[in-house]
Design a protein around this ligand. Structure first.
Ligand code: APR
Ligand code: MG
Length: 203
């Protein structure tokens, strides 16, 4: 996103009333599955197809009636994912980054929460009954973490999709930092600006 920047949470919280705050979360769980019986899935990582045709993470705007960023985030998760999101709470300790975009003035806070495989399966099962299903949320998707033998199928092809805001950078940063990928994967991808430290040096 042109014109935006990564910033610390304390600075983000001090931005004036001209700024709206939004919170989104990457939910993930270990996955012992094998694609075609031999390609390890490693983790189930959830994203969603949004109303605008882009991929993003569940979450949304924090409202005036929310008493904290996390209250707003957990309310949005209930609306977008349904009742299975009531079985856990995304906390400040799950916070990862903040990004301030200038047009419009929205500061997007990002969280990552590890669930049990059962909790994640319940989210996927309940999602079609969520309030926002078929409206703001067109469906949940799992992120393929592997690369097929052609060197493109899997995560490289997934990353060619269109993403909202800095969702692609948030995804890559979390996958790398939380150790969800096989080592060396991101380096092998040769993605310019593939994580926030590189991005923050962009003009
Ligand atoms: N990175 C950066 N910004 C993001 C990200 C992200 N990963 N995901 C979303 N945003 C931005 C969006 O562009 C939007 O400006 O954060 C803002 C809020 O996020 P949404 O999830 O789109 O908001 P939500 O509250 O769930 O609902 C969307 O907002 O503008 C209205 O009419 C629109 O009803 C719709 C609602
Ligand atoms: Mg949303």
């Amino acid at each position: 996103m042109a014109g935006g920047r990564w910033l610390e949470l304390a600075e983000a919280l001090g931005l004036g009333s001209g700024w709206r705050h939004a919170c989104h979360a990457m939910l993930y769980a270990p996955d012992q599955g094998l694609l075609f019986g031999h390609i390890p899935l490693r983790y189930a990582v959830l994203m969603q197809m949004r109303f605008d045709g882009r991929l993003g993470f569940p979450g949304g705007f924090v409202d005036a009636q929310d008493s904290s960023l996390e209250d707003g985030l957990n309310r949005e998760l209930l609306e977008e994912l349904g009742e299975a999101a009531a079985a856990f709470r995304v906390e400040r300790s799950d916070y990862r980054s903040s990004y301030a975009g200038t047009r419009p003035r929205v500061v997007a806070h990002f969280y990552a929460k590890r669930l049990t495989p059962e909790q994640l399966a319940a989210v996927e099962a309940e999602a079609p009954r969520a309030k926002d299903h078929g409206l703001e949320v067109l469906g949940l998707v799992r992120v393929p973490l592997y690369t097929l033998l052609d060197g493109v199928g899997g995560l490289p092809a997934f990353l060619e999709n269109s993403f909202i805001g800095v969702a692609r950078e948030q995804l890559l940063d979390a996958l790398q930092d939380l150790g969800l990928l096989e080592s060396g994967f991101i380096q092998g991808l040769k993605i310019p600006g593939g994580h926030k430290k590189q991005l923050s040096m962009d003009p």
